[in-house]
Structure formats: C-alpha cells, structure tokens
Write a protein that binds this ligand. Structure first.
Ligand code: GUN
Ligand code: ZN
Length: 439
C-alpha cells in the first residue's frame, strides 16, 4: 500500500527496533535501552500506539492492517540535530580559519544573501532534503537576521510536516552593516514572527541572539523581554566556544562574571534556552545551567574543525545539565549524526573516557529531545510519541556489510554504524509515520 493512502489509519512497520528510555551513560547501562531483533511499531494518525516484539503484535493485528516490512534493517527514532545553521549550507568545508576569522571570512558574506526570499527558499529546500537523507527528522535551526529567511525555513518544514525550531537571528553590532538590525527591529520582527509561526503545526519559535559579541546590551535586554513575554518559546544562542571569543566577551561586558553570566543577567537562561558549544565553562556556569534549566548542544565536528576545544560531556552530565548532539553545519563538517557521533567518540577518547554506542544513540535521539524539552513528543518509541523514525541498513556499503557480519550484539552493530555510517546507511526516513525519504 502506498504511504499516502495510510494517512489517518493504523499501520504497522516491521524491523529490528532500538531505542533509549533514559541516558545509558558512558558505561552503556543496558537497562536504559530496549532492543527487539524482530520488532513492530504500530502507528495511528502519525503517532506511535504500540511497540514491541513483532510476532505477538502481528497475531493481534486486524487482518487488513498494512505492514511496511523493513525486516533485517534497524529502526531508530529520528535523529534530532540540536543546533545547525541552514544559511551555512554553502560554506560547509571552508578552509583554514578559527571561529572569529571564519565568521568574517565565510559566514557573514554568505548570510548576507538571505534577504532574498528566492535564495532563502532554494537553500531551505536543499537543506531539509539533506537532513532527511541523513536521518535527521527534527532540528533547531539558526537562519539569519532577515525575517524572510525565517519564513523560508518554516515554510519548507511545514510542507514536510517536520517538527522544527527556528527564529530570526538578532545582531546589532560587530557585524557588517547589511547584517545588523536594531534593538527595536529585533523586538518587533521577532514578535511578529512568533505570532506567525510559534506552535503552527509542528513548528516552534526560538528567540535568537546570535552570540553576546554581536548584540548590544540594549538588544539583549529586548531579547530577555521577549523571553519573559513568551515563556513557551525557545532561546537559542552560542556560548564559550573559543578562547579569543571569550576574551572579547570579557572586554565587551566587563561587569560580567563569565560569558554565560551575560545571558543570565539579561534573563536569557531558562527552560527551553539552548546554547551551542559551552566548551570553556567553569563549575559555577554549569551550576547556573542546572539551576535555570538551560541546556547545551555538543557539536563535535565543529569543535574539532574550528579548533575550538574538547567539550566535557561527563562533567556536564554530572551537573545534570541536559545535552543535545548537534552538527553545527557549516562550522560542523557533516550533516550526518552518525559521523557526528564518530567525532564525539574520539573527543571522549582524548579525555580518557568512553562513549558507549547506546549512549551515542541516546544523545542523537532522546538526549537531544530532552535538551529541547521535547521528550514528551520525540526521542523514542513510547506510545503517544510522534512517529518520526529512520531505517538503517547494515548492507549499505561493502565495508559496513563485512564488518557487521561478525558482530554479535546490538551494541557492537550500533558502534559500527557510529564509526562507519553516513548518509548511505540511512535507508529510509519517516515523518509522522509517513515515508519522507527512501534511498
Ligand atoms: N558563534 C557565533 N556565530 C557562530 C556560528 O555561526 N557558528 C559557530 N560555530 N559559532 C558561532
Ligand atoms: Zn552554531
């Protein structure tokens, strides 16, 4: 049966199932996840009704229930990219600079083009297709300062029925004139966009001061005002990524205790506030994150590519700070969350720590959902959740096929996907139960 004719009806999907119920931690606690070698998902109106072993569920299914058969392949909850920039699609893999030089040399010139709605729309379409090809079903996305760049990404996501978070970038200093707004424009344009997009279908709005150096205190105050007036929206920014950047923040905000403290002083730390990077934070900062409910995005390919530093996942976990996994394209070098986990593992190795394969999958799914306060809707296969899921193929490449032929546990197989997998391993991507990509 064709997918579109399944809408609104019960349908089932058969294949191996793996998901996490909580954080397995670096040791990979087996009680934190579930695996069914021959499993079944039952879906109705885009939501999961039931999951578990296939045979007893199939025996109970009404005779004419359609079943999509992915037997032999692995179903996971869709990947959730906690921080990515769609306007940077065309500058991924730009050579030879660290953060501040990279922003001036590559990022700002490319972002200046997003006042053109046709350009914004073309890139947004490509970007979302690229996410789906890579098994990413939800993302928190930074656009540019231009309201049309926000309309473009939300419209493209709405067309695909994707759950996506975005919001106009706020910048009123230390950027080229054509990328600067004012505190008043920041407030007014954000307010109009919140009214237009927040909670429309599956879309959610984020108040988005880019990072402290590109906003005046007057603009951060407006952002804080919006965050208080619209408490169920998100706040999205960057923090403590690069030493030169941190020294700059100290010079710009001499009264602040730390970089994170700048956001705190303007009322930007709260539940649903997410900050990318957070590499160079101290214990006081981590306690402030814990107390406020603000969260971090771990961006391994970006942190290494831009030479920013090694994120301390374990200390952040120990402080009960929610952490999502993110590509941070175009500072990041891959749209693919498996590739992102490959670099996350190496960063843990450099710190003398482990990243269990199950913990890796947790970070890319339920962990990111928790960092975005979406764990009631996304992140695993519990009944009632939205049926965004992906299908991984262990025959995707000759090497993956050869290596997985000798694995004896799901943990081992997940680790092979984590180290050798990329977009080729993503056989299919489903949004609200419906096929959105098939390799
Ligand atoms: N800090 C401020 N803007 C950016 C950006 O676009 N990318 C990264 N990686 N860090 C930032
Ligand atoms: Zn970023």
């Amino acid at each position: 049966m064709h997918e579109s004719s399944m809408k609104g009806k019960r349908h089932a999907v058969r294949g191996s199932l793996f998901h996490c119920l909580c954080d397995p931690g670096p040791g990979g606690d087996s009680r934190a996840s579930e695996y069914f070698e021959d499993g079944l998902l039952l879906i109705e109106n885009g939501r999961i009704v039931e999951y578990g072993p296939a045979l007893p569920a199939l025996a109970r299914l009404p005779e004419n229930t359609p079943v999509t058969d992915y037997s032999g392949k692995l179903l996971l909850p869709g990947f959730i990219d906690a921080h990515i920039h769609y306007p940077q699609t065309d500058i991924i893999a730009s050579y030879g600079a660290q953060l501040l030089e990279w922003l001036n040399k590559y990022t700002f010139p490319t972002e200046a083009r997003f006042g053109d709605p046709e350009h914004a729309e073309e890139v947004a379409e490509f970007f979302l297709e690229e996410l789906l090809r890579n098994g990413t079903t939800t993302a928190m996305v930074m656009p540019t300062i231009h309201p049309v760049s926000v309309d473009a990404i939300f419209s493209a996501a709405q067309k695909r029925n994707m759950r996506l978070i975005s919001g106009k970038v706020l910048m009123d200093r230390n950027a080229p004139d054509n990328l600067c707004d004012t505190p008043r424009e920041a407030y007014e344009q954000s307010r109009l966009l919140i009214e237009k997009w927040h909670k429309r279908d599956r879309l959610l709005y984020a108040i988005t001061p880019r990072f402290a150096p590109t906003s005046t205190e007057a603009q951060l105050r407006e952002a804080g005002k919006l965050a208080a007036e619209y408490p169920d929206t998100y706040v999205h920014s960057h923090v403590a990524e690069n030493h030169e950047e941190i020294a700059w923040v100290e010079a710009l905000f001499p009264w602040s205790r730390s970089y994170l403290d700048v956001y705190h002083k303007f009322g930007l730390l709260r539940e649903r506030s997410l900050f990318a990077h957070g590499i160079h934070l101290d214990k006081t900062d981590r306690k402030l994150l814990e107390k406020s409910g603000a969260t971090l995005a771990f961006c391994p390919t970006s942190n290494t590519f831009l030479g920013s530093g090694l994120f301390d996942l374990e200390d952040t976990r120990q402080h009960n700070v929610r952490v999502g996994l993110a590509t941070d394209v175009g500072g990041g070098t891959s749209f693919n969350m498996l590739q992102t986990l490959s670099d996350a593992y190496k960063i843990q190795q450099l710190a003398g720590r482990n990243l269990a394969p199950t913990q890796g999958i947790y970070l890319a799914t339920l962990g990111s959902a928790q960092a975005l306060y979406l764990e009631d809707k996304l992140g695993n296969f519990l009944p009632g959740k939205e049926a965004d899921f992906i299908v991984l193929d262990d025959q995707a490449t000759p090497l993956i096929s050869r290596r997985t032929s000798t694995t004896t546990s799901i943990e081992e197989k997940l680790f092979v996907f984590m180290k050798l997998g990329d977009d080729r391993a993503v056989y299919a991507t489903h949004i609200m139960g419906e096929e959105a990509h098939l390799r």
